[in-house]
Design a protein around this ligand. Structure first.
Ligand code: SF4
Length: 147
């Protein structure tokens, strides 16, 4: 069973109300068992919502309470992001997921890079909060770019 970022399959759960449908992911999952997650919705955030970035660190720092997550209006949304990661993990465990395909670059789902917290589009190496929590719990996470 594979946990998949819902936006990659065309669900309109992205911050701007759109999705990140990816044909490669859609084709890869044909005839496979998977479950969709959107950590930010599971954390109680609305759709659409303001974009958010991790300040001073990545998902590993965030789950250790060393970094916070703020949205573009400077609202602290750390608790929603952490809750969303935990709820996603709960779902992954219920379904016995050993792997996940999550959306690259997202502060929740990023696998190799995220944005640097300046809302200027600058990328840094690091992972999102849900990716960090999944990996910490032994779930193999790749992004749609690694398929
Ligand atoms: S939190 Fe993850 S699944 Fe939800 S919209 Fe963002 S990248 Fe997609």
């Amino acid at each position: 069973m594979i946990a998949v970022s819902a936006c990659l399959l065309g669900i309109n759960c992205k911050y701007n109300g759109n999705n990140n449908e990816n044909e490669k992911v859609v084709n890869y999952l044909k005839n496979k068992k998977f479950v969709l997650i959107c950590p930010e919705q599971l954390g109680g955030l609305s759709t659409p919502r303001n974009p958010a970035e991790i300040i001073n660190g990545d998902g590993y720092n965030a789950i250790n309470n060393e970094s916070k997550i703020v949205d573009k209006n400077n609202r602290d949304v750390s608790s929603e992001f952490i809750k969303g990661a935990n709820e996603s993990l709960k779902i992954a465990k219920i379904y016995g997921c050993r792997e996940a395909i999550l959306k690259e670059g997202s502060p929740s789902c990023g696998c190799n890079f995220i944005y640097d917290g300046s809302f200027s589009g600058k990328k840094i190496n690091g992972v999102g909060i849900t990716t960090a929590l999944f990996r910490k719990n032994g779930i193999k996470v790749i992004s749609e770019t690694e398929l």
